[in-house]
Design a protein around this ligand. Sequence first.
Ligand SMILES: [Zn+2]
Length: 227
Amino acid sequence: MTLEIKRLHLASLQGPDGGTWPVHGFVVTHPGGAVLVDTGVGGPQDVLDDWRVVNRSVADALAELDMSPADIGLVINTHLHFDHCGQNAVFKHAPFYVQRAELSRMRRESSELYEWFGFMDARFELLDGDTEVLPGLDVITTPGHTEGHQCVVVRTGKGGGEVGGGSFDLLIGDAAYTPRQYAEPGRDNLPPGQASDVETWRESIRKIRSLRPEHVHFCHHTAIVHS
Ligand SMILES: [Zn+2]
């Protein structure tokens, strides 16, 4: 089965280096209904002001693909920062696939945001580790940016049964902000916020690289890395 990835431009904000960074979400087309990976920016106005967010509604971004929120059958959040789960509420009809460790981290570290998002009402599918979400679509745990961060593996080519066995693309989330962190995880001066736990983060990048994804798609960078 061949799946297709379509990138959404959901916002721009001031990145940790002072430059303007994009915020991407991704639609993965699937015969059983489309999957959305990350929902863009939302949160209290002071948070948006701090990051100088120029925001878009995810519904407008989907409209450019001739889609509406109702077409999304399932949402995956790579992690629960305000620029990745900010518009989850638009998809109340869909389950949110999140690592259990990530939801408890958010509850613990960002109780204010947790309450703002009203997550108690959401239908979570809590995951414990690497999981096949749908045929050809998997999540793999990549802790380090946050404790429960996950990346999404999308089989885009033919052949191969296991992850790494056929050709696949990787939606890296914030496991790497830019191609540089992906290419050189050993570098010292990481952008602020890249890793909450540097050693764990480095291990996750090594894990991803050893899988040899054909393409890597970033949330905060427009380049697509080919390997
Ligand atoms: Zn982010």
